[in-house]
Write a protein that binds this ligand. Structure first.
Ligand code: ZN
Length: 408
């Protein structure tokens, strides 16, 4: 039998848009099954303080051991901050990354920042794949081991999804020599990210999350109908009926057989405290029916993103991570406001299916707002709201906690 790496790119069957059926068994683990009602989790990144940004900037000029000696205590601080905020599920704050996708591309190799584009009126250059990626071994293993070894909480580690990377980093003018088509690129990414996800589980990570804000483009009606956008990279020939199943199939290949809970996060991208795209999640929901994931983490707090009625379309096998804390605005929501939004979800879905999170990660790019103090305050309010909701929805007596009647 041929080893996976010896199979020519187009033999893996990803071009077949019929979705694989999900098995009955959930990928939840003992530890994630024990999480409480309305448990709280982060999406991934925490704002990087200036000292962390400075350290990352000096990475190439420092001996590796010195860099690690300086960075490890910073990451420990990010871990302790989340524990003190009261979160049930934590990440490493992604403080070892320059940015949630770029770091992966940097470590894998094959990308160059050479494609000019305009974004919100600014002229920029973006990376594109220009050479075939060389993945000899997973690139996040050590980062994941450090997180798992330094907390008792349930851990989460996020990876960029193949569709997101294909959508943003393949361009016909620059990438054809590396990968003749988007599909060839997608198939190699699936292979690399599958190995990466397996390595995370081997390192002791409980939840693997695939980040795919590009799937949310299909929720933006103006972008889909008229191509209206302030980001030149989004002017593409969109074909939801072909592309969404391809994206989901790629995710299914990565999730298949993984001994961890698997999440998918679809947000509206954050840039300078604003969303890049707009629209509720209804167009995406039907495509989640056959996904081999456990939970989908969506945004509900920021205007123009999800609305609670979207949840009536959530397929039965999925839990929801409700974004109930706005990561964009400077205003701090009252704890009661956060509770109210989560309760609107619980009016549609059983609270057992609901976890609570900020809309998105807190660090869209280096140096962007908010500050770490703002994030800590928002996370603390999130966990306070979750505690109040548990009190409201659970009866606790000598036999242990039970759902109150009337909420089911
Ligand atoms: Zn996000």
């Amino acid at each position: 039998m041929k080893r996976r790496s010896e199979i020519p790119a187009c033999d893996l069957g990803l071009l077949n848009v019929t979705l694989d059926k999900k098995d009955d068994k959930t990928m939840k683990t003992k530890r994630t099954s024990a999480l409480p009602l309305f448990h709280t989790h982060v999406i991934g990144s925490l704002p990087r303080p200036k000292v962390v940004l400075d350290l990352i900037a000096r990475r190439e000029e420092m001996p590796a051991a010195d860099y690690q000696r300086a960075m490890d205590p910073m990451v420990l601080f990010a871990i302790r901050l989340q524990e003190l905020a009261g979160l049930d599920v934590i990440s490493d704050g992604e403080w070892r990354r320059t940015q949630y996708i770029q770091e992966f591309l940097h470590r894998i190799g094959g990308y160059e920042r050479c494609r000019p584009f305009t974004h919100q009126g600014e002229q920029k250059f973006t990376s594109v794949v220009v050479r075939r990626m060389k993945a000899t071994e997973p690139v996040f293993t050590k980062d994941a081991q450090f997180l798992a070894a330094n907390t008792d909480r349930v851990t989460k580690f996020a990876l960029p999804s193949p569709f997101l990377i294909v959508t943003r980093y393949w361009h016909e003018d620059f990438s054809r020599n590396a990968y003749p088509t988007r599909q060839h690129f997608m198939e190699h990414l699936v292979e690399i990210l599958s190995a990466e996800a397996q390595a995370l589980v081997g390192a002791g990570i409980d939840i693997v999350q695939l980040d795919d804000p590009a799937l949310t483009y299909f929720c933006d009606r103006k972008l889909m109908e008229k191509g209206e956008t302030h980001d030149e990279r989004l002017r593409q020939d969109w074909d939801p009926e072909r592309q969404i199943p391809e994206a989901m199939n790629a995710i299914n290949h990565i999730a298949d057989g993984l001994k961890a809970e698997v999440h998918l996060h679809c947000c509206h991208s954050v840039y300078k405290r604003m969303s890049d795209v707009t629209g509720d999640y209804k167009p995406l929901m039907p495509y989640l029916a056959d996904t081999k994931i456990d939970r989908v983490n969506l945004e509900f707090a920021y205007t123009g993103t999800g609305v609670p009625s979207d949840l009536s379309l959530l397929p039965d096998h999925l839990g929801i991570g409700m974004g109930v804390v706005d990561v964009r605005g400077e205003r701090l929501q009252e704890i009661k406001e956060i509770e109210k939004l989560a309760a609107a979800g619980a009016a549609i879905l059983s609270p057992e299916r609901i976890a609570l999170n900020p809309d998105c990660g807190f660090a869209p790019d280096s140096g962007e707002p908010p500050t770490i103090d703002e994030a800590y305050e928002k996370l603390s309010r999130l966990t306070a709201a979750a505690k109040n909701l548990r009190d409201r929805f659970l009866d606790t007596d000598e036999e242990g906690p039970r759902m109150k009647r009337g909420h089911g």
